[in-house]
Design a protein around this ligand. Structure first.
Ligand code: 13P
Ligand code: SF4
Length: 310
């Protein structure tokens, strides 16, 4: 039974001093046994404060890498080593370094959904919940925003005084939502408010009643007096909200918004990882290994995010 596995995980994580962090896109049964659940921003802020000896990330690779950089003295594990974010791999550090060299007065702002190697050539990192605040707070006018051109367009709309250059990149899952999906969802649920993630294309974001990060969407639904909501982000969010607010009704904007990488992690992955974590080398658990040089090259733009976004 699921509950037996969950109980076993809870017991082992206590015995072995493991803190479980789970992104909100994780499945219900994983969110239930996590110590901390949240969007990318919350996970990075909390990762820096963890007291336990071990961190187990249930999410995708860049999240575990970020946790390792923020807590370098901890052992950080990723529950499923195959879980990566395609957006994080979209741009080569050499290409961004060349663009920077060509236009040195343009600051490079990168979404947290990037590899540490790419972060190493960027100036400031942002998450979807902190992007507008951070870009607004920057003294620099000229910005190159990578890799998500949809989130970048959203930031550019909100910060009209900045000169923001974008490159073609983004989340294939959120970008799959079309204007037709919006029209269909509104027609099916005319009384519902539509809440979308800014990783969706601008034409979709502009049609929404609210656009914001995963926690922004969840907070909006929590505080709103409305009774029905169409959720335009990973479909797990509609499910988590439905558990929290059974008196409200949550619909998915599109059945296509399922992240295959976020969904790769199963409760059994979490169980086998906590079982495998030992005192020394933990065979069977996927540990994030980074050299001091790799961390110090990339940590600057993450620290800048925390400084400007906190
Ligand atoms: P947030 O967690 O910042 O909302 O981003 C969503 C996402 O796609 C994470 O990979
Ligand atoms: Fe990457 Fe999109 Fe999946 Fe988030 S939802 S992990 S951005 S592919």
């Amino acid at each position: 039974m699921l509950r037996d596995i969950q109980d076993e995980i809870l017991k082992l994580k206590k015995e072995k001093d493991i803190c479980i962090l789970a992104h909100s896109y994780q499945a219900r049964e994983i969110v239930e046994i996590a110590d901390i659940t949240g969007d990318s921003y919350k996970l990075s802020v909390e990762a820096a404060k963890v007291k336990s000896r071990n961190i187990l990330m249930c999410g995708v690779h860049f999240m575990a890498e970020t946790a390792k950089m923020l807590s370098p003295d901890k052992r950080v594990f990723l529950a499923n080593p195959e879980a990566g974010c395609p957006m994080a791999e979209q741009m080569e550090p050499e290409m961004i370094a060349a663009l920077k060299a060509a236009e040195p007065d343009r600051k490079v702002v990168c979404y947290i959904n990037t590899t540490a190697k790419l972060k190493a050539v960027c100036d400031v990192c942002v998450t979807s919940s902190s992007a507008v605040k951070i870009v607004r707070g920057m003294e620099d006018k000229k910005i190159l925003f990578i890799p998500d051109c949809n989130l970048g367009s959203f930031v550019a709309e909100e910060c009209p005084d900045k000169d923001i250059k974008l490159l073609q990149g983004g989340c294939p899952v959120h970008a799959s939502v079309t204007v037709r999906d919006m029209e269909n969802a509104r027609a099916a649920h005319p009384d519902a408010l539509v809440l979308v993630h800014p990783e969706c294309i601008p034409a979709v974001t502009k049609m929404a009643d609210y656009a914001g990060s995963t926690s922004g969407i969840m907070d909006f639904a929590a505080k709103s007096d409305a009774k029905e909501f169409i959720i335009g982000t990973e479909i797990s969010i509609a499910e988590h909200l439905q558990y929290r607010f059974p008196e409200k009704k949550f619909y998915v904007l599109s059945k296509k918004i399922i992240c295959p990488n976020m969904k790769l992690t199963t409760l059994m992955d979490v169980y086998s990882t906590v079982k495998a974590i030992g005192e020394g080398d933990s065979e069977g658990a996927f540990e994030i290994k980074m050299t001091e040089e790799e961390i110090s090259a990339a940590i600057g733009c993450i620290n800048e995010m925390i400084r400007l976004g906190g």
